[in-house]
Design a protein around this ligand. Structure first.
Ligand code: SF4
Ligand code: SF4
Length: 338
């Protein structure tokens, strides 16, 4: 493949991000979601355009995620209605359960969502979520879903025994987990849970996994990122009408440009990454912005890629709109500085 051939032509499996603002700010979040994001939610027109595009590109079912989609139930209902009208089925809606107040109100809400086509909830169950969300709320949502006739996709049940070993009525920090289960608890988690090392997970796991110098990262990654950027097996489209290539959070393609060759004029960073990979991005950032690495213990090429892109955003890069959503870059700093 040459750089002239970068295009996304078919979509396999993915999801719709209805909002990035979230009631939690989990330390593994790939999209850097948090309560500090602007409270923006997808509108009906963008949902329709995204879902029509998804269907036209060969994908007939998606999940809905965020952020926390159930923070605005009325908008979620609209999205479910739009999906039905467009002919895209909803595999599941993700939730962190923070919204749970009591059994009756949860059953009432979930019954309304069921009537609009929601049949499965992916319920987040992890120590990361438990830092801010008491597990009793998760248990409440699971019970209410059963009453409402909605299936549960627990993600992941393996952590239930860890979470229920604490008082479930309040949150618990990762430090508490480390004290109880060992200093290497975060590394134990990696064996039990799918974590993509991008977004906020980079800072969280750097003390354990950040072992590479910049030169090592460059030596180990001589080629382009064509495989990762072209992967449509876990794609996402968001409330801003953007497509996120692969799992490369912080990089976007306008949904209007899907199905066409991406030009280097409009997408200089993506085309560079596609064809020359991290080496190309380092050269570009060094020549154009005087980029100098601040980290000397990288986890992987995506860690360096994220550092460079953040540096470019902070240098007021405005030559293309690929480095979005803006909150992805501002929330890296806020949480990391916290
Ligand atoms: S992982 Fe989910 S619940 Fe946690 S901050 Fe990200 S979107 Fe919110
Ligand atoms: S280096 Fe950048 S473009 Fe390449 S896979 Fe990682 S995040 Fe994506």
């Amino acid at each position: 493949m040459t750089m002239a051939e970068f295009s996304i032509n078919r979509l396999k499996s993915g999801g719709l991000i209805t909002n990035y603002f979230c009631s939690s700010s989990c330390r593994h979040c790939l999209y850097n979601c948090s309560p500090q994001w602007e409270k923006q939610y997808i509108d009906a027109e963008t949902a329709r355009e995204n879902l029509e595009k998804i269907r036209a590109m060969g994908c007939r079912a998606v999940h809905i995620g965020g952020g926390e989609p159930l923070l605005r139930p009325e908008i979620l209902i609209t999205v479910l209605e739009v999906a039905k009208a467009v002919g895209v089925s909803i595999e599941y809606v993700e939730t962190n359960s923070s919204w749970f107040k009591d059994n009756d109100s949860a059953i009432s809400l979930l019954s309304r969502l069921r009537d609009k086509g929601l049949h499965t909830l992916l319920v987040s169950i992890s120590p990361f979520h438990n830092e801010q969300i008491p597990f009793a709320r998760v248990q409440g949502v699971v019970d209410a879903a059963q009453h409402a006739g909605i299936g549960i996709f627990p993600w992941v049940s393996d952590f239930v025994s860890d979470l229920t070993s604490f008082d479930t009525t309040r949150p618990h920090s990762l430090n508490e987990y480390q004290q109880r289960f060992g200093d290497d608890y975060l590394m134990q988690i990696m064996q039990r849970y799918w974590i993509h090392l991008g977004g906020r997970a980079l800072e969280t796991f750097r003390p354990w996994l950040g072992k590479k110098t910049l030169q090592q990262v460059l030596d180990e990654n001589p080629g382009g990122c064509a495989v990762e950027l072209s992967d449509t097996s876990h794609f996402h489209m968001d409330l801003f009408g953007n497509y996120i290539p692969g799992l490369c959070s912080g990089l976007v393609i306008s949904c209007d440009d899907l199905g066409s060759r991406l030009s280097a004029d409009k997408y200089p960073i993506l085309v560079k990454l596609y064809s020359e990979g991290i080496r190309g991005l380092v050269s570009m950032a060094t020549e154009m912005f005087g980029f100098a690495p601040q980290i000397n213990n990288y986890i992987n090429k995506c860690d360096l890629c994220t550092e460079i892109r953040t540096y470019m955003v902070n240098s007021d890069y405005n030559e293309s709109s690929e480095l979005n959503p803006a909150g992805f870059y501002t929330q890296i700093e806020k949480i990391c500085a916290a």
